[in-house]
Design a protein around this ligand. Structure first.
Ligand code: HH2
Length: 294
C-alpha cells in the first residue's frame, strides 16, 4: 500500500479517526428527494436513521449524511430546508451509533448545526470555497474537513470539463486549499483530500485520477474516494445506477490498491469485503517482494 494509513490518524472535533490495518468505509446516507442513486428512498427522517443504523451493522466505519444532492445539474436548496432534512437525522443517528458522523454540506450554518448535533467531520464538496463562513467553523470546532476537488458547480460541472493535466491541476488545487485552510487556523491533522470523482470530469479524467491516485500521497492526508455507482462506471459498462455494484467493486479495489484511505460507498457490506480482499493481496505482494530481495 502506498500510504501508511496508521500514520494518518485524523482529529475530528473531540475524536480521533484512527485507521485500523485497512482503509475505512464511509456509508452514504442521503436525506434527499433527488440523489442520483437513491433519491427519495430515505427522505423521511425515520427511514434515513434506520438506513444509517443498517449501514453501521453492515460494517460502515463512518457515515456521511447529506441533505442536498450534488449530482450533475442538481438545483441548490436553501439553508432552512437543508437544516430541516439533516439535523433531526444527525441527532438521532449520533444517539444510535458510535461511529464518527460526517455532514455532507457546503453551508456553514448546516455544518455548525450538525457538529452541535453530534457530527465530527464536514464533507464540503466546495473545499471551503462555497461559504466564506465555513473555514472559521472548522477552525474553531476542530472538526475534520474533507477538501474535495470540483471544476465548476454541480449545476454546470459536466457541461464542458476541461483540463490540460488533470492530476497536476488537482494537485495544485489541493496545495492551494491546504494553504488556505491552514492560514485560517485549520491544522493538517483535520484534513482529508478527495479528487472528486465525477465532479466536473469526463470519463478519461476520472480514470486517470483513479489510476494515478498514489500521486496525491505526498500531501500526507488520507485520500477519500467516491466512485459508488457513478455515471463514469455506467459509461463503461452501460448499466443503470442500481446495476453498478460490480463496476463499483472494481473501482474500489483499484482505489484501495493505489492508496485510498476512505471509500465513500452506498453498498457497505459488499464493499467492505472488496476492501478486505484487496488489502490482503496488496499486503501479500509487498511481503513477497521483500522476501525476494532479502
Ligand atoms: N460524491 C457525491 C456526494 N458527495 N463527497 C465527497 N467527498 N466525494 C464524493 O465523491 C461525493 C461526495 C455524490 O454521490 P451521492 O451522495 O450518492 O449523490 P448525490 O450527490 O446526488 O446526493
Amino acid at each position: 500500500m502506498v500510504l501508511d494509513l496508521k500514520a494518518l490518524t485524523r482529529q475530528a472535533k473531540d475524536r480521533l479517526i484512527e485507521f485500523p490495518d485497512r482503509p475505512l468505509i464511509m456509508g452514504v446516507v442521503n436525506v434527499t428527494p433527488d440523489s442520483f442513486s437513491d433519491g427519495g428512498r430515505y427522505l423521511d427522517a425515520e427511514a434515513a436513521v434506520a438506513h444509517a443504523i443498517r449501514l453501521v451493522e453492515e460494517g460502515a466505519d463512518l457515515l456521511d449524511i447529506g441533505g442536498e444532492s450534488t449530482r450533475p445539474g442538481a438545483d441548490t436548496i436553501d439553508e432552512a430546508e437543508e437544516l430541516r432534512r439533516t439535523i433531526p437525522v444527525v441527532t438521532a443517528v449520533a444517539r444510535a451509533v458510535t461511529v464518527p458522523i460526517s455532514i455532507d454540506t457546503s453551508k456553514a450554518a448546516v455544518a455548525q448545526a450538525a457538529l452541535d448535533a453530534g457530527a465530527v467531520i464536514v464533507n464540503d464538496v466546495t473545499a471551503l470555497r462555497g461559504d466564506a463562513a465555513m473555514v472559521e467553523v472548522i477552525a474553531r470546532t476542530g472538526a475534520g474537513i474533507v477538501l474535495m476537488h470540483m471544476q465548476g458547480t454541480p449545476r454546470m460541472m459536466q457541461q464542458a470539463p476541461c483540463y490540460e493535466d488533470v492530476v497536476g491541476e488537482v494537485s495544485a488545487f489541493f496545495e492551494e486549499r491546504i494553504r488556505f485552510a491552514m492560514a485560517h487556523g485549520i491544522v493538517q491533522r483535520q484534513i482529508v483530500l478527495d479528487p472528486g470523482i465525477g465532479f466536473g470530469k469526463l470519463l478519461a479524467h476520472n480514470l486517470t485520477l483513479l489510476a494515478r491516485l498514489q500521486g496525491f500521497a505526498y500531501f500526507g492526508c488520507p485520500l477519500l474516494v467516491g466512485v459508488s455507482r457513478k455515471a463514469f462506471l455506467g459509461q463503461l459498462v452501460e448499466r443503470s445506477v442500481q446495476e453498478r455494484q460490480w463496476a463499483t467493486a472494481a473501482a474500489v479495489a483499484m482505489a484501495v490498491e493505489r492508496g485510498a484511505g476512505i471509500l465513500r460507498v452506498h453498498d457497505v457490506c459488499a464493499m467492505k469485503d472488496v476492501v478486505q480482499v484487496t488489502v490482503a493481496i496488496s499486503r501479500a505482494t509487498t511481503v513477497s517482494m521483500k522476501a525476494q530481495h532479502a
